[in-house]
Write a protein that binds this ligand. Sequence first.
Ligand SMILES: Cc1cc2nc3c(=O)[nH]c(=O)nc-3n(C[C@H](O)[C@H](O)[C@H](O)COP(=O)(O)OP(=O)(O)OC[C@H]3O[C@@H](n4cnc5c(N)ncnc54)[C@H](O)[C@@H]3O)c2cc1C
Length: 420
Amino acid sequence: MTETTAAPTASATSETVEEFALRARTWLAENLPGIDRRNPPSADRGEIEPWLRARELQKKLYDGGFAGICFPREYGGLGLPIAYQRAFDEESRDYEMPLILNTPTFTICAATILDTGSEEQKRERISAAIRGEEVLVQLLSEPSGGSDLASVITRADRRGDRWVINGAKTWSTSAFAADYGLLLARTNWDVPKHEGLTMFLVKLDSPGIDMRRIKQVNGSEEFCEEFFDGLEVGDDAVVGEVNDGWNVASRQLYHERRAVGGGSEFASGIGAEGKSDQPIDYVEFVEEIGQSDNERIREMAGRALVVRAVHEQLIDHVYHGVLEGTLPPAAGSIIRISHAENVQFEMDVTLAMTGAAGVVDDGSGLFRIGNRYLARQAASLGGGTTEIARNIIGERVLGFPREHAADRGVPFNQVKRRRD
Ligand SMILES: Cc1cc2nc3c(=O)[nH]c(=O)nc-3n(C[C@H](O)[C@H](O)[C@H](O)COP(=O)(O)OP(=O)(O)OC[C@H]3O[C@@H](n4cnc5c(N)ncnc54)[C@H](O)[C@@H]3O)c2cc1C
C-alpha cells in the first residue's frame, strides 16, 4: 500500500502562507456569504438542502482556487502543506463553508482513496469531490454488528469478469445524499476473517442497491441502510488489492480517528456544521435560562468549560505526540474517548440546567436541549465505540496483552457466529 496522505512538505507554490492568506481573505469577502458564527445557517445532515448548498459552496471554492488545499495537484487539489490549510481555515471562520463535506467525504473517504486507490479512482473520485460534484460515504457496519468490522458478511462473488455483491449495510451517515460509497465485502470465506475482505467503491444509484432512510428517535433521518441484491461491479471498483480489504479498512479507520479528533489536513474550514453542533456559550445560556445569579448553575457551567478546555489541550498534546513519534498513531483513540466524554458531559449539564423546559416543549425554545440529549450516545458509538477505543489504547498504546479472540486464525467459514 502506498501511503501518500502526508501533507506535502515542499511548497508547490512560490506564494508564502501569509500571501496565500491575504489572497484568501480578499476572495472570501468577495465570493462567500458571511455568517454570524453564533448563529450559523442550519446544517441538518438529514435534510437534502444543506447537501445541495454544500456542493454549491464547494464549487465556488474550486472555481476560486481554494479547494482541496492539501490534496495533490494531479487529483484536483493545490498540493500545499497543512500550514496553508490552517491559514485558510482562520480566514474562512466567518463565512459560510461546506463543512458537511469534510467528514466523511474528504477526511475519511478521499484520504483513504488517496492512500490505497487506483490511479483512475484517485483522478476521478477525489477530483470530483474537490469540484463539489460528488459526495462519498462509508459502507462498513452491518446489521449483524459493527465493532468487529473484520467479520462482515456482505459477500462479493466472482462471476466471469464481474463481482456480484449481496448483503446489507447500516448506519451509513448521509448515504441518501451521496454518490459513491466505500463498501467492505467478503471475497474469500476459506481464510481467517481479516484475509478474505475486499474494499469496493460503489456507485450508490446502481441497480441492485435498495437504500432506505432510518428514522431516529430525535426525528433525524441522517442514517441509511442499504440492501444489496445482485449489485454488479467490475474490477475497476476494487480499492487496493482483492482480499487485502482489511488494510484499506484499517487506513479508513485511521483517517476516521484523526477526523473525529480534528487532526485531518483534508478538512477545510473551522467549527461546527450547524446550529445544533455549536459548542454552548455558557454565559449566554445561563442568561437565557434566567439563572445568572444561581451559584450552583454557574458552578456546573464552570465544570463544563474546564472539561472542554482539557479536551482541547489533549487534542493538541496527542496530535503533536503522534506527529513527533512520542505516541503511536493508535493514540488517536485517546482523543476519541475524550471527545465522547466531553460531548456527553455537556449534554448532561445543559439538560440538568434546563430542567423541565428541556423535556416539555413550553415554547421557550429550550426543548432543543432535550432533543439534542436524545442523540447523547452517538458520540460514544460513531467511528467505533468507546469500548473498542479502550481496547485499542490498552493493546496498542499501553502494550497490554491482546484480547482473546476465538476466531483468530480460523477460516471464516468455520467460525461459529450468530445466524440472522
Ligand atoms: C453518529 C454515528 C455515525 C455512524 N456512521 C457510520 C457510517 O457512516 N458508516 C458505517 O458503516 N457505520 C456508521 N456508524 C456505525 C458505527 O460504526 C457502529 O455503530 C459502531 O461500530 C458499533 O457497532 P454496532 O452499533 O453494530 O455495535 P456492536 O458492534 O454490536 O456492539 C454492541 C456493544 O458491544 C460493545 N462491544 C463490542 N465488541 C466489544 C469488545 N471486543 N470489547 C468490548 N466491548 C465490545 C460495543 O462497544 C457496544 O457497546 C455510525 C454510528 C454512529 C452512532
